[in-house]
Design a protein around this ligand. Structure first.
Ligand SMILES: C[S@@+](CC[C@H](N)C(=O)[O-])C[C@H]1O[C@@H](n2cnc3c(N)ncnc32)[C@H](O)[C@@H]1O
Length: 373
């Protein structure tokens, strides 16, 4: 079977390797605007198929062709492009990249991006991209049908973020607009676009002090701490062993929104630990009405609380996407908590823990995990 060459386009001139592949091609496949852009460069004998943003149809056309094929796509085909799918079809895939839209967007505002997080709204539900934008101060979002600049702005209203929307990068009609989240939510935007979600720091770079302090060697940089749930991290709010188990069962990470519910010291300490592991975290006191207006969580930790504790666990269990972890230091709350988790259809696990407090006193905890399977 002969070769497939995936050629990226960015509005600039084509590279030598792309011109050579086009000159040899028996079949050229691309979106209407891409085919129009290369039309004068095509050999007259090449068959041209215009397939508009339909990957399965593109793969079918490639599979049905015996000759050399060029697939045209945007930016760097290896970055959220068709390279992986084409490799699954044919072994011999060559890639000729152009400038990715992310690089184009950062270039349009003149800031570096080695410390950025890059997320795509095409391949996951919007809440993951939103959680990353809540948590980190420099994020590039490849927008999609379910999450455009307006939806992203609406989800970030009230947070210290500014959005730079870059439409039609490298093309006629390129437009760069800086807005606050509410401003983004109030407008309509043209596709395609990339949104840079930046922290509100005065340097304008959206970088954090933690990142700027060290030379960067990875993208995104390592954000996770070398240890967590040690006594000093928790300010005495919770026994370290109980916090460590709660965090392990909570499993907070990039793209998660975590609710940390309970008395102020404990809830804040656990939220900080979840954030250190890459999640966005919201702290809420232990009353069900405090939870009503929060966005749905991926994971919830409930750590102590008053007579409304069981109702809080029930509210969390009804809305959580992945798991609720309950840390109890009072045996009488155990059975109602297990009942609330199970009533919401969650699978319940339990661990009992004995550990020593700061003065050497023995402390007993029960940790419950209700998970959606
Ligand atoms: C499936 S991804 C492909 C990314 C592409 N491989 C790249 O390197 O930019 C499609 C998304 O990339 C972004 N995008 C691609 N081309 C763009 C352009 N010319 N202007 C603005 N955004 C663009 C949009 O967010 C679009 O929804």
């Amino acid at each position: 079977m002969s070769r497939v060459t995936v050629v990226g386009l960015d509005g600039g001139p084509l590279r030598e390797a792309a011109l050579a592949a086009l000159s040899r091609a028996a079949l050229v496949i691309g979106w209407p605007e891409h085919v129009a852009a290369v039309r004068p460069l095509l050999p007259p004998r090449a068959e041209v198929r215009v397939i508009d943003r339909d990957l399965p149809a593109t793969l079918d056309a490639v599979a049905a062709s015996a000759g050399e094929v060029v697939v045209l796509t945007d930016g760097d085909p290896g970055f959220h492009g068709p390279v992986g799918a084409l490799r699954g079809l044919r072994g011999d895939v060559a890639v000729v990249p152009a400038v990715t839209s992310v690089a184009g967007a950062f270039a349009a505002v003149g800031i570096g991006w080695e410390d950025a997080h890059l997320v795509s709204a095409h391949r996951s539900p919007p809440h993951h991209a939103i959680a990353v934008c809540r948590r980190f101060p420099k994020v590039a979002v490849l927008t999609g049908p379910a999450l455009g600049p307006a939806e992203l702005g609406a989800a970030l209203v009230g947070l210290p973020r500014r959005l730079v929307v870059v439409e039609h990068i490298g093309r006629r009609g390129e437009r760069v607009t800086a807005v606050d989240p509410a401003g983004a939510a109030a407008r309509t935007w043209e596709d395609p676009n990339v949104v840079l979600v930046l922290g509100d720091d005065p340097s304008g770079a959206g970088s954090s002090a933690a990142v700027a302090a060290e030379p960067l060697w990875s993208t995104p940089p390592r954000w996770t701490p070398g240890s967590w749930a040690l006594p000093g991290d928790l300010g005495g709010a919770l026994a370290p062993a109980a916090a460590a188990l709660a965090l392990a069962w909570l499993g907070p990470g990039l793209g998660d929104l975590v609710w940390s519910v309970g008395p102020a010291g404990r809830a804040e300490a656990l939220a900080a630990q979840a954030q250190a592991l890459g999640a966005a975290a919201l702290v809420a006191p232990g009353r069900p009405r405090d939870l009503a207006d929060l966005p749905d969580p991926d994971a919830v930790v409930v750590c102590g609380g008053d007579h409304l504790h069981t109702e809080v666990v029930r509210s969390a269990a009804d809305r959580v996407r992945r798991a609720v972890v309950v840390v109890l230091d009072e045996a009488r709350r155990e059975a109602p908590s297990i009942g609330a988790l199970a009533d919401a259809g969650l699978v319940v696990e339990r661990a009992a823990l004995r550990t020593a407090g700061a003065a050497g006193e023995e402390l007993a905890f029960v940790v419950l995990r209700g998970s959606r399977r």
